[in-house]
Design a protein around this ligand. Structure first.
Ligand SMILES: CC(C)(COP(=O)(O)OP(=O)(O)OC[C@H]1O[C@@H](n2cnc3c(N)ncnc32)[C@H](O)[C@@H]1OP(=O)(O)O)[C@@H](O)C(=O)NCCC(=O)NCCS
Length: 182
């Protein structure tokens, strides 16, 4: 990796580490059929990385892996099967452009092939929203790639609405407003 990329990644990691520490989140555990939804734990990180590589065909960004080593409970949601195996995950991060507005960004959602098409991604997104709602965030956002109908539909069904076109990556920028807690 080139030096300026490395420096940029370290800067993003530091900013995310600091900002994520302040994120208020309810430590809810919920059932969805036979699956359990819960906040992330670092012990599941290797499994998430393996599932991510299989689904996206590229490894998770290294600085994000480092972020989730320290901030999984604040930034990761998991779907576990009855054996405790990770079959779904949603990962969040803080975009510099959204920091002032107090918006958390859902950067990845993935569901094991054997569980796809059963509403798991939609339910996991809805679960994440419940954990952040009535906390200290104004909204959660996500981007659905231009031709990624599944990602768009599951975000919309979980309550996200398209606000504008996204340039990087190209697609729809969606937002789900949250209520601030008191
Ligand atoms: C995208 C992904 C997370 C969806 O997971 P999922 O659990 O199957 O999604 P859901 O069952 O909640 O379905 C969401 C919507 O997509 C639709 N959908 C699911 N599978 C579909 C398929 N094979 N073809 C067309 N639509 C499909 C669902 O019907 C639903 O919309 P609808 O109810 O209006 O029809 C999953 O396919 C995946 O992990 N893909 C690889 C990683 C990825 O691309 N992630 C998204 C970008 S971050």
């Amino acid at each position: 990796m080139e030096m300026h990329h490395l420096t940029e990644h370290i800067r993003l990691w530091q900013m995310n580490q600091r900002a994520a520490r302040r994120v208020m989140r309810k430590p809810l555990t919920e059932q969805f059929g036979e699956l359990t939804f819960c906040p992330g734990q670092v012990k599941h990180l290797k499994e998430i990385q393996a599932l991510h590589l299989r689904l996206f065909k590229v490894p998770m960004l290294n600085w994000l892996v480092w972020l989730y080593r320290f901030r999984s409970p604040q930034l990761v949601s998991l779907a576990l099967d009855p054996h405790g195996k990770v079959v779904g995950y949603e990962c969040f991060m803080i975009n510099e452009s959204e920091l002032q507005a107090n918006i958390l960004h859902s950067v990845y959602v993935g569901v094991d092939e054997a569980y796809q098409g059963k509403g798991v991604a939609t339910a996991l997104r809805s679960y994440s929203i419940r954990t952040y709602d009535f906390g200290n965030l104004n909204a959660v956002s996500t981007v659905a790639g231009t031709n990624d109908i599944k990602a768009l539909r599951c975000a919309q069904k979980a309550g996200y609405a398209i606000e504008k076109a996204s340039l990087k990556p190209p697609g729809h920028y969606l937002v789900r407003r949250l209520t601030l807690g008191r």
